[in-house]
Design a protein around this ligand. Structure first.
Ligand code: UDP
Ligand code: MG
Length: 150
């Protein structure tokens, strides 16, 4: 089953949006497989955003991500990478549609509340980085209920 890495950035945590954001993924029907609140250091943030290291906004982005605790999550379900990106909305909140997380809760591209993996491959890489000990293994009736859309 497909998985994606979702992170509520420090502004989202500080503004009290954790419950709202988790609720949107839960109500959509995706399964929560990993969840932790943590503050990462500069080296870790640079690794997470390594692909963007040549961008002019890279240093500011790293400063932003290490500025406070973040909520790191793994969500699972059919097409969760692409659908997760739709739930999150466009990178620049000025262009994010109303009804998306960034469209509803953000104004600035540099404070856009949430991260989501952009492809299945990057999701695997990010989940490995943030959850090196693996994620929860659902079993039993609750998982069957999710699969059967009960
Ligand atoms: N970002 C920024 N300025 C830009 C582009 C991106 O500050 O001009 C930040 C923004 O927080 C964004 C993050 O860098 O979420 C990662 O950029 P990416 O292009 O991967 O966007 P995302 O995948 O988060 O939508
Ligand atoms: Mg990205």
């Amino acid at each position: 089953m497909e998985q994606t890495f979702i992170m509520i950035k420090p502004d989202g945590v500080q503004r009290g949006l954790v419950g709202e954001i988790i609720g949107r993924f839960e109500k959509k029907g995706f399964s929560l497989k990993g969840l932790k609140l943590l503050t990462v250091d500069q080296a870790f943030a640079e690794k997470h955003y390594a692909d963007l290291s040549s961008k002019p906004f890279f240093n500011g982005l790293v400063e932003y991500i290490i500025s406070g605790p973040v909520v790191a999550m793994v969500w699972e379900g059919k097409n969760v990478v692409t659908t997760g990106r739709k739930i999150i909305g466009a990178t620049n909140p000025a262009e994010s549609a109303p009804g998306t997380i960034r469209g509803d809760f953000a104004i600035d591209i540099g404070r856009n509340v949430i991260h989501g993996s952009d492809a299945v491959e990057s999701a695997k890489k990010e989940i490995g980085l943030w959850f090196p000990d693996g994620v929860a293994n659902w079993c039993g009736l609750s998982q069957i209920a999710v699969f059967l859309n009960l």
